[in-house]
Write a protein that binds this ligand. Sequence first.
Ligand code: ADP
Ligand code: TRP
Length: 324
Amino acid sequence: MARILTGIQSSNIPHLGNILGAILPAIELTHLNNNEAFYFIADLHSLSSIKNAEFIRQSTYAVSATWIAFGLDYNKHYFYRQSRIPEVCELTWYLNCFTPYPMLANAHSFKEKSKQLSDVNAGLFIYPVLMAADILLYDADIVPVGKDQVQHLEMTRDIASIFNRTLQKDVFVLPQAKIKKEVMIVPGIDGQKMSKSYNNFINIFLPEKELKKVIMSIITDSTPLKEPKHPDTCNVFKLYALLADKNDVETMRQNYLKGNYGYGQAKTALCELILDKFKEQRKIFSELMTNTEKIEQILVLGEKKTRAIAQQKLQQIRAILGYS
Ligand code: ADP
Ligand code: TRP
């Protein structure tokens, strides 16, 4: 049994890439080896780039509803909002005082964001320390993350080691990153990696008509209807292949290769597949989003359980630092 932990920022409705690349694999991990999962909404991290309360609130609900719709067992595991566990902020301060300044100044993601964003605030700078606190507060063993977060995990391990070494106590567990294999890069409607930042994402929870419009806008080449087409370079096919079962994928491949099969038909098949495959999840998501009280109830229960663990760990840390 291991303790797995991961967070997703509340910065939009999760898209198909987030679902296939992060949420589903994380839920699968909860079924292995009787693992114990801490899955949370990193809504404090979102504030480093978003200053719109209503947007953060709605995104928090949307991310939560997605976890629930895809089957996270929230009664068995720990499911919570980062902002409702204030212990994480106190721990962030302690860890700040053990974090070498150059470590933060050299972080790739800070350097990149500080070039792109007009609001380069101190929150953005200490972002990795808050992330370290998220992880170390719960003695997490395994942290599933995307490639872009690997350096943050290394920093977490470094900060934990410096703390343990300085105080000559094994206070913190050094977590392992579990990096998702990049076989699962979900392409967006323009063929680049699907991402909020490129505005090329598919929101599978859209009403049918709007979803259809998005699927119809997937970029394809201009091979005429009659001619054979290349499945492996086509975005519609790639998305279909990620979702359909083997036989259906093979049938579509043959359709592409033999010609007289248009991209419009392939797009219609993809749209129908999404509607059918995610029928149940779409239903649960929309019910929860129209009854956010239910989401609140689930989160509040999770936060109560989680906070008890956080408080216990923080007590231990305070004592070691001389604050109790
Ligand atoms: P975005 O690029 O839309 O801002 P994030 O960086 O917030 O997405 O990613 C959240 C999680 O979803 C990460 O674990 C990341 O690896 C995964 N993810 C995001 N986009 C994709 C994609 N196109 N294919 C596979 N996984 C993805
Ligand atoms: N920074 C992560 C991201 O943007 C989200 C996150 C916050 C996280 N705290 C975490 C992920 C702790 C794993 C563990 O994707």
